[in-house]
Write a protein that binds this ligand. Structure first.
Ligand code: M6P
Ligand code: ZN
Length: 189
């Protein structure tokens, strides 16, 4: 009789959020990938285009678009600034607008920036252990406001999809900027 196949389950390191195991896909976003995301294009030009801003490790046990499944991810944002803006993710609405998501902070300090479809923007402070429920119909982006790597884990429906185009076209209505040493949301003019 053939012995049952040994399945290596993915494994999370709770000190860092790092995912290990087979079938984990990593995406890297560099300064060059984030043109148009930050406000200060001149400040962006002074940075090494190959420098990594953030990395996402994702575990997709079902195909993207599958209804009823869930994905798991870990995101690692380096500390850094582009002008007075903190290193941050591109940000997205879910392509299926009503899909929600959980984020849980593992390490570092940051902010989860949330914008509803009426373009009302707010943020939640992220620190180790903080649990963030992102409702449907809400764009989300994370910024590293500290001096060390910000890492958080995420869980979202496998049919949520990423709508980056809406953010590329109009951005968020407010940006998280360092105002006199403190992260503050500043409305776009
Ligand atoms: C989290 C999840 C992912 C997302 C990642 C980076 O891990 O929300 O779905 O891809 O953050 O965010 P973005 O895709 O906006 O760059
Ligand atoms: Zn999402």
């Amino acid at each position: 009789m053939t012995p049952p196949a040994i399945v290596l389950l993915p494994h999370v390191d709770f000190d860092t959020g790092t995912l290990r195991g087979s079938g984990i896909e990593t995406a890297v976003r560099t300064i060059a990938d984030l043109k148009g995301i930050f406000r200060d294009a001149r400040a962006l030009e002074t940075l090494d285009p190959k420098a990594v801003v953030y990395r996402v490790e994702a575990y997709a046990p079902v195909a993207e678009g599958t209804e009823g499944g869930l994905f798991w991810g870990a995101t690692f944002i380096e500390p850094g600034m582009v002008g007075d803006e903190y290193f941050m993710t591109k940000g997205h609405f879910h392509a299926r607008r009503n899909r929600g998501e959980y984020y849980v902070t593992v390490a570092g300090e940051g902010a989860l920036i949330l914008m509803d479809e009426a373009r009302q923007t707010r943020f939640e402070a992220m620190s180790p252990g903080s649990v963030h429920y992102i409702p449907g119909h809400t764009a989300h982006r994370t910024a590293n406001t500290g001096n060390a790597v910000l890492s958080f884990v995420a869980c979202w429906p496998s049919d949520a999809g990423h709508d980056y185009e809406t953010i590329a076209a109009r951005g968020f209505s407010a940006r998280l900027r360092n105002v006199a040493g403190v992260p503050a949301l500043v409305e776009e003019a």
